[in-house]
Design a protein around this ligand. Structure first.
Ligand code: MIG
Length: 777
């Protein structure tokens, strides 16, 4: 545990255990339970969702305006039955049963055929911490936990929830930028999720201390958690995202290739960069401006010489099809000379975090001495959002939030000797709900990102927002995409990006990416080429590099690597209609876009640790090369029929195969019956002029989503969903097509791979296409 966090006693105090139930009260939604030394509230929120609260105090903590989950009363009442015996209280919903042992308040859950899950072993508390222990079932593995390095399953690990600037992270790193106290426990047939609904410092021990026990512990005087029954990961995420929120549909351009560097230091450098992309015909949508666009690292300013006319620059870039995203850090330069309106107005409106003694807190970050907004207060967020006009007025299309853990204690900024963390006893929040940084630390990034989203919504009201954040907690998907911070240009980091992004996806955050090429250090040409191949699978596809490294532009590593980058970025652009539909799906159901195989094949024991192969949606599987010098690799194909993306060869699954993987090729496979829409290559994302719907022979169903890609008109019906149902018989293949929504789709052809191609009527409604098998020779 970081020493600055706890007020933990040096010698741990003994735990207090729960006394037997004295009395209980059964209400339509909540069951109140009183014992001699604590009270418990069991809320039945859906057939597969309960919330458990337990406190030794007389009252539960009041709800906060920044709470990430809804009030219990926001849920519709569900029917459940109660069986109240002297030993047990049994609550049964349509999907699960909850059994409470009255002597101990231990709570266990069971599925409809009585298989146990989330079984309590005990709940205790002592000074400033409270914990519950539950049973690990023999075949259980644990996924999610937000942003984590290491293997896919976290069984046997101890994981801390505390947002931390984790520069130089590796597989041993514990707390990282994001802190998401959620995981799912999966075993064949049974799966459930746990959200620890607490922003204080907390920890999960998934069998590190005792192999058959998992524990959650919070530095709080109340235990508050949700149990979500699945059993499949998709169901767990659907419910999890119902309580923590889903990603709003992003603008289509945010799915394109994004180019970043610390930093593009001047207008002419940025213009040159843009020109390179267009001359070399490498598609790109977004250019990021890192901290050097500012005047002396003052947030919401432009450098007077190097970025003298940002409005003109951004307008010119728009002509060439580029959007500009600017970095925004939370630290506001403290130099009260009357010339910096952000500081002046922030001081005037009392926006900055103060010490417990009332004096303003100062830390040292990029602008040297700085003060930090208290984003927990709504009026501070409004003020912060207003400041964004300096950027949006110039035409900035998206906001990149960095350093919002907040990062200020572990980096030698300013005076190298001064490392001052934000004190845990600093008051935060409005007078009405005042608390301390101890409770809000993990929320700092979330609330900062929500202010950025508020700014874009206000200042670009008819366009969808793009916010990117480094820090966040559960629910961050509502406001922002997430990237995995300062990774390194090493093969190990290419490899670990996959389980890391998959676990973020299993934590409800679909819009995620890692810096392509690695942020710190020097990539070899081979590593960069392989990373660009993997990068097309990242929901957010951005290359970035640090100030001392080579820029990670597609042409930096010579002709051969440039060719490879072009080929894969073009493939990304051809796949945009498919990806865009996956984003729509994520926005509606909470499903991840980049998925571990276990998400698609939860019953297959072969894939529970598999993370060097990934699924993009349910149709496409990639088996990238993650090591130098490798030109072929073993690939596991789950049961069923598959097709090689490159050769079209049909392969029977349920086995390992050896795949050819010369540097030019990332092995890619498609499931039989898959439907993948493809657009012509363009240099920037746009509404496709025509679509080719590729279907691989088999049986399946898939829905294509289309709209204008940028406005909110889709909310009033201006979209098209087209569902393709594919059925394969010995004599023929039948594709049934139905469309809804008022968006007029583009000209479309349907290709049954290896069989033939047919044009589709523009209205696409209730069509049936029949294909005859190819003539064998
Ligand atoms: O102290 O803005 O993770 O992407 O380029 C480093 C400079 C601050 C850290 C971010 C990185 C960004 C860099 N920032």
């Amino acid at each position: 545990m970081p020493e600055f966090v706890g007020q933990m006693p040096k010698t741990p105090l003994p735990w207090t255990t729960v006394q037997p139930v004295q009395r209980l009260e059964i209400n339509p939604q909540q069951i109140q339970i009183w014992s001699e030394n604590c009270q418990m509230r069991l809320s039945i929120l859906a057939d597969n969702l309960i919330r458990v609260r337990l406190t030794p105090n007389h009252q539960f903590r009041p709800r906060r305006s920044w709470a990430i989950t809804p009030e219990d009363t926001d849920f519709e009442l569900v029917k459940y039955t109660v069986n109240d015996t002297p030993e047990f209280l049994e609550v049964t919903t349509a999907q699960m049963q909850i059994k409470l042992e009255k002597s101990s308040l231990k709570l266990s859950c069971f599925d409809s055929v009585n298989r146990p899950f989330a079984e309590d072993l005990g709940c205790c508390w002592r000074a400033s911490e409270i914990a519950a222990w539950k049973k690990i079932e023999p075949d259980e593995e644990f996924y999610g936990f937000g942003e984590r390095t290491g293997l896919l399953s976290k069984r046997g690990q101890r994981l801390t929830n505390w947002t931390t600037d984790s520069l130089d992270y590796d597989t041993l790193t514990d707390a990282m930028y994001q802190s998401i106290p959620f995981f799912m426990a999966l075993r064949p047939q049974v799966g459930y999720g746990i959200l620890l609904n607490d922003s204080h410092w907390s920890q999960f021990d998934m069998g590190a201390a005792q192999p058959e026990t998992w524990q959650m512990l919070a530095q709080n005087d109340e235990l508050d958690y949700y149990v979500i029954y699945g059993p499949a990961p998709a169901q767990i995420l659907a419910t999890y995202s119902q309580i923590t929120g889903r990603m709003p549909l992003p603008p289509r351009w945010a799915l394109g290739y994004q180019q970043c560097r610390w930093s593009y230091r001047s207008e002419s450098e940025v213009r040159e960069l843009a020109a390179q992309f267009r001359q070399r015909q490498i598609p790109c949508d977004v250019i990021h401006l890192d901290i050097d666009y500012m005047d002396g690292f003052r947030v919401f300013t432009w450098h007077p010489e190097r970025f003298a006319n940002p409005t003109q620059l951004i307008a010119d870039l728009a002509q060439q099809g580029f959007k500009v995203v600017t970095i925004v850090d939370p630290g506001v330069k403290y130099q009260p000379d009357g010339h910096y309106s952000v500081l002046e107005s922030g001081l005037e409106q009392d926006c900055f975090v103060r010490h417990a003694d009332g004096s303003i807190f100062h830390g040292y970050v990029w602008p040297d001495r700085a003060v930090f907004p208290d984003f927990m207060r709504p009026q501070v967020r409004h003020w912060w959002a207003e400041q964004h006009r300096a950027l949006t007025d110039a035409g900035v299309a998206g906001i990149w939030n960095d350093m919002n853990e907040p990062a200020l204690n572990d980096r030698p900024f300013g005076d190298p000797g001064v490392k001052i963390p934000l004190p845990l006893d600093a008051p935060q929040g409005d007078a009405a709900e005042q608390t301390t940084h101890r409770e809000t630390h993990n929320l700092y990034g979330l609330m900062m990102a929500s202010a950025a989203a508020e700014a874009l919504a206000q200042q670009r009201p008819s366009q969808r927002s793009f916010v990117l954040t480094r820090s966040g907690t559960a629910g961050i998907q509502r406001w922002s995409a997430v990237w995995t911070g300062d990774n390194q240009s090493r093969w190990e980091h290419l490899e670990l990006s996959l389980p890391m992004l998959c676990n973020l996806g299993l934590s409800g955050i679909a819009f995620v990416g890692a810096d392509i090429g690695g942020f710190a250090g020097e990539a070899s040409p081979e590593l960069f080429a392989r990373w660009m191949q993997v990068g097309i699978l990242y929901p957010m596809m951005r290359a970035h590099s640090t100030i001392t490294s080579r820029p990670h532009e597609p042409w930096v590593y010579g002709e051969r690597v440039e060719q490879i980058c072009r080929k894969y970025i073009e493939l990304r652009y051809r796949l945009l209609p498919y990806l865009y539909s996956l984003f729509w799906q994520a926005s509606v159901t909470g499903a991840p876009i980049l998925r571990p195989l276990l998400y698609e094949f939860p019953q297959d024991p072969q894939v529970k640790h598999l993370a060097d192969q990934v699924m993009l949606g349910s149709a496409l599987m990639a088996a990238p090369v993650l090591r130098p010098g490798v030109t072929c690799r073993s690939v596991y194909l789950p049961a069923g029929d598959w097709f090689d993306w490159w050769t079209g060869e049909q392969i029977t699954g349920g086995r390992h195969i050896l795949a050819e993987a010369p540097l030019e090729q990332m092995p890619l496979y498609v499931k039989a019956g898959a439907v993948i829409p493809m657009a012509p290559v363009t240099q920037q994302s746009q509404i496709p002029a025509q679509l080719q719907i590729k279907i691989w022979p088999g049986t399946g169903e898939w829905t294509l989503y289309e709209d204008d890609g940028d406005s909110f008109d889709y909310q009033t019906g201006s979209f098209a969903t087209t569902t393709f149902q594919v059925e394969l018989t010995a004599e023929q293949a039948i594709v049934q097509i139905s469309r809804s929504g008022s968006w007029q789709p583009c000209p479309t052809r349907v290709e049954l791979v290896g069989w033939g191609e047919q044009a589709l009527e523009p209205d696409r409604d209730n069509h049936e296409l029949r294909f005859s098998p190819p003539v064998q020779n």
